[in-house]
Design a protein around this ligand. Structure first.
Ligand SMILES: Nc1nc2c(ncn2[C@@H]2O[C@H](COP(=O)(O)OP(=O)(O)O)[C@@H](O)[C@H]2O)c(=O)[nH]1
Ligand SMILES: [Mg+2]
Length: 330
């Protein structure tokens, strides 16, 4: 199944957002990409569908936000045909607390594309049982079972359910899901960026006082990893550190005081020469600590979700962060 999906997924897959005005389509794009203005739905009478490219400058995935279904005097037949022809999958956005769902159900019954039901407004329902009643009602309207996820996207509260959505998307749009997952990871890093900066600055300062550096660079990096692991809810066991070290393969971790932990993993030994060279070439402990923090955050993000990034991607991220740090981290 996944292989077939990969074969038919175009370079820039297009996801069709189908739903009534106010269902949460724009909120969903925002939650997935960080872009879009919530509440800027179509004024009744507006004709065109909106497109959102992500990322805007070099799109990896595109959203087609069609006009809200069920508006008085709007016959969606033409728009539906165009969307059907120009997209590869449908995210049908349905608000759990909206009692009038027939327009969306009718549209879904006609669509000949994979459909993922995205129920929104979970935070507005009194209980899980009430959520399930609303979902069952909608399922009965559509007349068949479809994969679904349930989201809460309060305007100024905690957004939940996005990971389940990305997992569901994996099965029919793996590339789009991967690209959106990277965006989610980047936002997760933004939340710990200041922490990483603080530890990198502490490590960098110890370069200026070389004797102190012997103790403080490893201490700063070790403490940083612990802080990041705690943030991601991951227990930093020696086995996991060994995995991170071998995934990075750069030696970033060799500079850490917990080297004895790492040396237990024989895998690290062959990297040692190359590693120390790389660390020296990087110039400052600031840069290597920053890069370690960036890569470790991505790695912990993946570990927390049962899917650590592959070593090639992780190393690319580390190198990129290292280059960035030498020019001042962005
Ligand atoms: N509490 C809550 N509000 C939501 C949720 N999803 C969307 N909203 C709000 O509903 C309104 C309409 O959302 P919007 O994304 O613009 O809907 P669209 O017309 O389908 O694009 C906005 O004020 C959103 O903040 C949700 O899951 N929970
Ligand atoms: Mg909208």
């Amino acid at each position: 199944m996944a292989d077939t999906a990969r074969d038919i997924e175009p370079a820039v897959p297009v996801l069709w957002l189908l739903g009534k005005t106010g269902a949460g389509k724009t909120s969903l794009v925002r939650a997935l990409t960080g872009e879009g203005v919530v509440g800027s739905g179509f004024a009744p009478g507006t004709r065109q569908a909106q497109r959102v490219d992500f990322p805007a400058d070099a799109p990896a995935v595109r959203f087609l936000d069609t006009r809200g279904l069920g508006e008085a005097g709007y016959d969606p037949a033409t728009d539906m045909a165009a969307a059907q022809a120009g997209t590869q999958a449908v995210l049908a956005v349905v608000r759990l607390d909206d009692p009038v769902q027939e327009p969306v159900a009718a549209a879904i019954r006609q669509v000949k594309l994979p459909v993922l039901l995205v129920f929104t407004g979970a935070d507005l329902m009194a209980s899980e049982a009430e959520q399930e009643r609303a979902r069952a009602r909608f399922r009965a309207l559509v007349g068949r079972d479809l994969p679904f996820v349930t989201l809460a996207m309060p305007a100024d509260g905690l957004v939940t359910g996005i990971e389940a959505l990305l997992d569901a998307l994996d099965s029919f749009m793996p590339r789009a899901a991967a690209s959106l997952r990277r965006a989610d990871e980047a936002r997760a890093f933004a939340a710990v960026r200041k922490t990483v900066l603080r530890y990198a600055a502490a490590a960098g300062a110890s370069d200026i006082v070389p004797l102190a550096g012997v103790a403080t660079v490893p201490a700063a990096q070790g403490a940083m990893l612990q802080a990041l692991a705690k943030h991601h809810g991951v227990a930093l066991t020696p086995a996991r550190l060994g995995l991170l070290a071998s995934a990075l393969g750069t030696g970033a971790l060799v500079r850490m005081g917990i080297g004895h932990v790492l040396r237990q993993g024989a895998k690290l030994v062959p990297f040692a020469g190359q590693t120390l060279g790389a660390a020296a070439a990087a110039g400052t402990s600031f840069a290597t600590t920053w890069a370690l923090g960036r890569a470790a955050s991505a790695w912990l993000y993946g570990v927390a979700r049962g899917a650590p990034p592959d070593p090639v991607a992780l190393r690319a991220l580390y190198d990129q962060a290292l280059r960035g740090a030498r020019n001042g981290p962005g």
